[in-house]
Design a protein around this ligand. Structure first.
Ligand SMILES: [Zn+2]
Length: 295
C-alpha cells in the first residue's frame, strides 16, 4: 500500500491519537454565524415579541436546541492566528486558495501561494491544504486511502462547539439594533428595503460552549499552538462569528484535558488534567515558541 513516501506520514503510520477537550466562554454577545431563513423565524418565535422588523437580520446558528459554532469556523480562526504568528516569525506560510481567488496578494503579506498537497507548509501540515481545482490526476489507490483527491487533510480535526445550555437559555432576551455598515456585509446588511439598521439576535455573554480537537501523531508544537490560542483568548483577542469589529464575538478558551491514545490496539495511554495538564501544555507551548523563533 504505502509505496509512495508522502502517504507514509499521517495516514498509514498511525501510532498515537490525541483528543483535546476544551470549552469557550463568550466574553461578549456572540453571533455564531450563518443564518438561514427558517432559523430567523424560529428565533423570532422563541423571543415571542414584536421586533422592530418582521424578523431579525442575524440570529445564532443552532442545531438540535443548542447554539453551535461550526468546526470549520473554529478551524478558520485558529488557522488565521497561527498563520499570522508563523509569518511574523519569518516562516513560509501559504495563503489559502479561497483567499487568493478573492484577490489577496500573497507576496504583499509575506506569504507564499497555496501549497501543493505533497509539500505543505507548517500551517497546512496542521490544518490541511485546501482543495485545488487544477489538481493533478490522482490514482484510485490514493482515493481509496481516504485522502481527498484535491487536498491533503491536516493533522487536526475540529468538532463543533456546542452550547452547554439550550437555545432559550443562551439567547439574549433583547435583540440589538445596529446601524448597518458595508464592512459587515459578510454577516448581513439591513436588507430588503427595511431601513438602514440591522436587528441582531445574539447568544449572550457568559454562554459556555464545549468541543474537542483530535489529531493523529501530533507533535508538541501542534498542541502548543492550541495552548498559545488559549493565552491569546484570555486577553480578548480570540473572536468567533459575525460583527467582530462591533463588540461581538470575543471568547475565552480553556483546554480541559488532553488524552493520548495508542492507535493499535486502541487504548488510553495518558490523560493530562489539572496540574499535570498545565505542565504538559507549558512544554508544548515552548516547542511552539521554538518554531516562532527559528528561522
Ligand atoms: Zn500551506
Amino acid at each position: 500500500m504505502a509505496e509512495k513516501g508522502e502517504k507514509v506520514d499521517g495516514f498509514h503510520r498511525l501510532s498515537t491519537l490525541w483528543k483535546i477537550d476544551y470549552e469557550v466562554e463568550a466574553l461578549e454577545p456572540l453571533l455564531t454565524g450563518a443564518a438561514y431563513e427558517e432559523a430567523k423565524e424560529d428565533v423570532s418565535d422563541l423571543l415571542g415579541k414584536e421586533l422592530p422588523k418582521t424578523e431579525p437580520d442575524a440570529v445564532p446558528l443552532f442545531i438540535e436546541d443548542r447554539a453551535v459554532i461550526t468546526g470549520n469556523a473554529v478551524k478558520g480562526v485558529f488557522r488565521h492566528i497561527i498563520s499570522a504568528q508563523l509569518t511574523e516569525a519569518g516562516q513560509k506560510v501559504c495563503v489559502q486558495e479561497i483567499k487568493l481567488r478573492k484577490g489577496v496578494n500573497a507576496q504583499k503579506l509575506g506569504r507564499i501561494e497555496s501549497c501543493e498537497p505533497d509539500n505543505p507548509c507548517q500551517v497546512c501540515k496542521w490544518f490541511g491544504t485546501g482543495g485545488r481545482r487544477s489538481s493533478r490526476k490522482q490514482d484510485s489507490d490514493e482515493q481509496d486511502s481516504g485522502r481527498s483527491s484535491s487536498g491533503r487533510q491536516g493533522a487536526l480535526y475540529f468538532s463543533m462547539l456546542v452550547s452547554r445550555e439550550s437555545i432559550k437559555d443562551v439567547l439574549m432576551k433583547e435583540p440589538i439594533p445596529m446601524v448597518a455598515l458595508s464592512e459587515d456585509t459578510n454577516a448581513m446588511i439591513a436588507g430588503r428595503g427595511e431601513g438602514r439598521f440591522a436587528v441582531l439576535v445574539a447568544v449572550k455573554k457568559g454562554t459556555i460552549f464545549s468541543g474537542w480537537i483530535t489529531g493523529d501523531n501530533l507533535d508538541e508544537a501542534a498542541i502548543g499552538a492550541i495552548k498559545e490560542i488559549q493565552d491569546i483568548s484570555e486577553k480578548g483577542f480570540l473572536k468567533f462569528g459575525g460583527f467582530k469589529t462591533r463588540g461581538f464575538g470575543s471568547v475565552k478558551m480553556r483546554v480541559k484535558s488532553v488524552e493520548k491514545y495508542r492507535a493499535a490496539p486502541f487504548s488510553l495511554e495518558k490523560k493530562y488534567e489539572g496540574e499535570e495538564l498545565a505542565d504538559f501544555l507549558k512544554i508544548c507551548q515552548e516547542a511552539y515558541h521554538r518554531l516562532l523563533t527559528k528561522v
